[in-house]
Design a protein around this ligand. Structure first.
Ligand SMILES: [Zn+2]
Ligand SMILES: [Zn+2]
Length: 342
């Protein structure tokens, strides 16, 4: 095996995603080396460049949506063999705290995330704990698999675990982008009615194809559409992937009594909540972050069974990552961007 590899790194905050030569990592105790076949490019990767979320020691290799093949086992890495096709769960957790023991690995306070606090998958190889691997079923390709750990599993975790969506409910997805389009799919899989918003016609078309009622808030009143489709009640669950003060305020005003606002994104650091519309109708505001490993296991199974269909909007090589990041920032891609390896 080669000693060096190409990788996308943050070399300094405020710069660009840079392609650099880095040493091929050696899998430590309990770790495996994965040859990456596809990695998802996430809006968070672009945020991480800014330095608003510290990455620890730089340069850091980004990439938290990874699929590939096991090529080497470190000491005491049991249960896997060279050649196994795998997906990598993002959170490296302690496995012993009450959150981990309760299955809520996404709440572990000792968490170090792949592609954040430790090197990630926008590279030719990545060393990860064997505990983070999930077997890739036959028939599920690397590219679709790569975007499951974040773009799809996050929506599954938000709607199923945090939102506890049921078939008789109506869900509003604010922002039918790379996250939101998968939220539409998860809510429809449950059997809920779905309203999805975007200001981009092609995103609305895609949301409609997946069973959502499309609303363009630039040309029609979202409040009117919501009331029309819920007999004046409001929606049971809002998934806010926009994360601004205005979106939170609007989302709260569109909830039925007892409705839940799922806050998935973060753009503004704070938001204001009008008190009476919150407590009197017993509405809830619920934070949602990432997914547990079990959520990812379930998402992999649902995708392999054809119940969920990861939406890939564009493919680029590692070398083209800067162009890919520009397209991501421009917001003109429907679905997620995947960085493929030859
Ligand atoms: Zn992400
Ligand atoms: Zn833990």
């Amino acid at each position: 095996m080669a000693e060096t590899m190409r990788a996308l790194v943050v070399a300094r905050y405020g710069g660009r995603l840079e392609l650099a030569d880095r040493p091929v990592p050696h899998p430590g105790p309990g770790e495996v080396l994965v040859r990456v076949r596809a990695s998802g490019l996430c809006g968070t990767d672009v945020h991480l460049l800014s330095g608003r979320m510290p990455l620890g020691e730089l340069p850091r290799i980004l990439g938290h949506e990874t699929a590939g093949d096991v090529v080497e086992l470190g000491p005491a890495a049991a249960g896997w063999a060279v050649g196994d096709r795998v997906i990598v769960a993002i959170d490296v957790v302690c496995g012993q705290c009450r959150h981990c023991l309760g299955g809520h690995t996404q709440r572990c306070k000792a968490m170090r995330r792949i592609g954040f606090e430790r090197d990630g998958g926008h590279a030719e190889y990545v060393a990860v704990p064997a505990l983070n691997l999930i077997r890739l079923p036959e028939g599920l390709g690397y590219e679709a698999a790569a975007i499951l750990p974040d773009a799809v599993a996050c929506m599954y975790h938000s709607l199923i675990c945090q939102g506890q969506v049921r078939p008789d409910q109506t869900v509003l997805i604010l922002g039918a982008g790379g996250l939101g389009i998968h939220g539409v799919q998860v809510a429809r899989w449950v059997g809920a009615a779905v309203i999805a918003t975007s200001r981009r016609a092609e995103r609305l078309r895609m949301a409609e194809q997946h069973g959502a009622i499309p609303v363009n808030p630039a040309t029609q009143s979202l409040a009117d559409a919501v009331m029309e489709h819920t007999r004046g009640e409001g929606v049971d669950v809002v998934v806010d992937t926009v994360g601004t003060r205005a979106s939170v305020r609007e989302a709260l005003s569109l909830l039925c009594p007892g409705g839940k606002l799922l806050v998935v994104a973060y753009v503004d650091e704070t938001f204001e909540v009008p008190a009476i519309p919150l407590f009197k109708p017993e509405r809830e505001i619920i934070g949602c972050r990432g997914a547990s490993k079990q959520d990812l296991v379930e998402v992999v199974q649902l995708t392999a069974a054809g119940q969920l269909a990861p939406v890939i909007g564009a493919r680029y090589s590692l070398e083209e990552a800067a162009t890919a990041a520009e397209r991501l920032a421009a917001g003109d891609v429907v679905g997620r961007i995947v960085l493929t390896r030859e």
